[in-house]
Design a protein around this ligand. Sequence first.
Ligand code: MRU
Length: 348
Amino acid sequence: MKSILEYETVDYDRENHALVIIDQTKLPNDIVLLSLTAAQDIWDAIYLLKVRGAPAIGVAAAFGLAALAHRITAQDKAAFLEELAEKKEFLNSARPTAVNLSWALKRMMDVCHKNPEAPVAVLKGLLLEEAFLMKQEDIAVCRKIGEYGLDVLKDGDGILTHCNAGQLATCKYGTATASIYIGQERGYHFRVYADETRPLLQGARLTAFELYSAGIDVTLLCDNMSASLMQQGLIQAVLVGCDRVAANGDTANKIGTSVVAAVAHYYKVPFYVCAPTSTIDFHTPTGKEIVIEQRDAAEVSEMWYQKPMTVKGVRIYNPAFDVTDHSLITGFITERGIVKSPVDLRNC
Ligand code: MRU
């Protein structure tokens, strides 16, 4: 079995000017690479979670916009920018909660604003280089998060994680898994516990798969089993990712994260949010203002089952994310250090 670390979650094919992703909906059974060049296909890939995880969505959108820019035929600068802005808005509408999507697309548009004299052909090249830069930065950021995370972990620790904030959610290493991979490089042995993460099973399909492929000691559990592990003293830290952190530290992450945080608080297990600073949104004061994506009911009632698993017509609640109150969060592990609150980053 090839380690996940040998794959690229998100890439760009320079020859064919295409966004290239691993289709995460096919994992763990098949590793299928998709090459995308059309706006609708890129939008669908993000909406349908073929590429997912906040940082990976951001970089995929950036490469996607570069591929779309390449195909804009207008030579007139104003017409080019107008079409590019439309495409950017379209991609931005794919998922509302992960701030990295709008952050990355805005950064791409800023390339145009910062180079007002550049002709269309030059801009296309600059856009692509910006997307590659974002990818390199994401890799470096994840590695840093991993290094800082090791400061609060020790060899032999049991680590619980929820959803997938792993290599598959970023360009390399992941955020919540970075310390695990870097720890492995240094000879640490962690026991990792992965919540299956209903309803889309990112924990079972992605986290368990990627850690197992990399030779990490990983155990899969259902979402309602973490209290049992904490009760037995088997978990020394919870590490999760995030899709948007509000200025006061309230954190949106995969549905179920706040349940884990509350249980960890009860059992006095430290609960860390691994947060690239690109996921911190100082324009959103508290978690109450974070828009939570609501998804198709069929994800709960039909997906993964041979027959519908509930009665036809029953009302279904399916938010993709929940908000963990900042009071339940021990700290944010960022690429600039570990802080108690996002505002403390001003001193790092
Ligand atoms: O709906 P998903 O699979 O995109 O949700 C992903 C998560 O909630 C991750 O924890 C988050 O994006 C952080 S990824 C480093």
